[in-house]
Design a protein around this ligand. Structure first.
Ligand code: FAD
Length: 431
């Protein structure tokens, strides 16, 4: 065992492992510390893993990684209590190599990925909690763990300890996150035979489908639900910002129960057996909540740095990419033997130059806008269902007259000016 490591990575989720893998592959001595029994044992994800950022680390990983199904169809539902408006895309180009994205079960995927880092030379220690960073003369020089004599030292400590990083908070990189900066999501894995999944979702064996559900799935609150296909199970979950949950006095398990029993959802789950029940926070503060990500001897990556694009449900890919960018900055710092904040800031620069911060910046006002103006989820989504129902009900009214009635029902309720104002504000928030 090394006395002092080049790098200590705290956490073995996608961010930490991407960083440990890249550092080890480039000849650095890496120690990765995970509090769970094994990587993935504590980790939660709706389940969509994106190909591109993983492939940059391990080319053609799909040939050996434990994946569930390549996603060939992405559906979007807007639900009210008795109906659903659907749109989406299904493409057979996603059913063949190199694919677009995959559903995964994190308990299996994270273990496999962490093994790859170990094969590259990283040392992994499970069942160990990092309790704090050791700071000497204003520089992070190591970590203290819950093991006896559990102090370890390194040139750089990488904080990949997930949402609400206590270690970054301890360093003063961020304050306690506000309830509108995090979403609380509950999900269940439901076992169902493969043939039934294929029949119900209109899929072949090696094809997967994702459904993002808006509207009544969160009882009109800011948030979404999801239903994803694995090989022989379904992942179903729902979440809203913590602030919406508090305001509307929602209980997360009641919300999931409501979703599972919704008439549009229930038939998909019929006959399934609950295999796992999980709850987790998602950082949703976006661009404005990204904390300081580099200091003397320390960098922050993945969820710990709030790198999640809630609009596109991208988190695992941002975690991996930030882990890779941090590793590359550490490798450069090692060449200079300079682990100061100024040196490690090359990670921050690369991060801000990447799709991660560019995408977060694009949506920097989205969550706040939809939280501040609840009419989008409360009023406009249900209006969509009513409008569709009216338009497609054949009752002898001419189509032009129907169009007029629909527009009148929308503008009549709120006034044309207010509707235009709302539309403009929503467009500005996501443009
Ligand atoms: C319900 C849900 C659905 C989601 N769906 C998707 C999706 O479909 N697609 C997508 O891309 N993203 C999704 N996300 C987001 C995605 O899961 C995260 O963005 C991603 O896991 C972040 O990776 P990470 O490595 O930064 O953090 P994590 O995966 O949370 O890993 C952090 C690790 O650090 C360990 N740890 C924490 N503290 C310590 C400590 N003090 N000492 C030692 N170890 C510690 C933890 O045990 C954990 O293993 C979803 C999230 C949730 C909650």
């Amino acid at each position: 065992m090394y006395e002092k490591f080049d790098v200590i990575v705290v956490g073995a989720g996608p961010a930490g492992t991407a960083c440990a893998f890249t550092c080890a592959k480039n000849g650095l001595n890496v120690l990765q510390i995970e509090r769970g029994e094994y990587p993935g044992s504590k980790n939660v994800m709706g389940g969509v893993l994106y190909r591109k950022q993983m492939e940059e680390l391990i080319p053609e990983f799909w040939k050996e990684a434990p994946l569930e199904r390549p996603v060939i169809e992405q559906r979007f539902w807007v639900m009210d209590p008795e109906s659903v408006v659907q749109f989406g895309y299904k493409g057979l180009e996603w059913a063949v190599e190199p694919y677009n994205n995959f559903t995964v079960l994190r308990a299996q995927f994270d273990q496999w990925f962490a093994k790859k880092a170990v094969e590259a030379g990283s040392l992994l220690i499970n069942e160990t909690v990092v309790t704090e960073c050791i700071v000497e003369n204003g520089k992070v020089v190591g970590v203290r763990t819950d093991r006896p004599d559990g102090e370890v030292y390194a040139d750089v400590v990488v904080l990949a300890d997930g949402v609400n990083s206590l270690l970054a908070k301890q360093l003063g990189f961020h304050k306690e996150f506000r309830p509108d900066e995090v979403a609380l999501t509950v999900m269940e894995v439901i076992n169902l035979p493969k043939d039934r999944i294929n029949e119900r979702f209109n899929l072949e064996d090696n094809q997967g489908c994702t459904i993002e559900i808006f509207g009544d799935s969160t009882k009109g609150n800011l948030g979404t639900a999801f239903l994803y296909t694995n090989k022989e199970s379904l992942n179903i979950g729902v979440g809203t910002t913590l602030s919406s949950m508090i305001k509307a006095r929602l209980k997360p398990y009641e919300l999931l129960d409501y979703l599972k029993n919704h008439p549009m959802v229930k038939p998909y789950l019929a006959g399934g057996e609950s295999a796992e029940y999980l709850a987790h926070l998602i950082p949703e503060g976006g661009y404005r909540s990204v904390p300081k990500v580099a200091g003397n001897g320390v960098v922050v990556i993945g969820d710990a740095a709030q790198l999640v694009n809630a609009i596109h449900r991208e988190g695992s890919n941002m975690a991996m990419h930030s882990g890779k960018l941090a590793a590359e900055a550490i490798i450069r710092a090692k060449q200079r033997e300079d682990f100061s904040e100024a040196s490690l800031n090359s990670y921050r620069e690369a991060l801000f130059d990447s799709f991660i911060i560019k995408d977060l910046e694009k949506y920097k006002d989205a969550t706040h806008t939809f939280e501040k103006y609840p009419q989008y989820f409360n009023d406009y989504l249900p209006m969509m269902n009513k409008a569709m129902s009216k338009f497609f009900t054949v009752d002898g009214t001419s189509k032009r007259e129907k169009q007029k009635q629909i527009i009148k029902s929308i503008t009549g309720e709120k006034g044309t000016f207010r509707v235009l104002q709302d539309l403009y504000r929503a467009w500005k928030a996501v443009k």
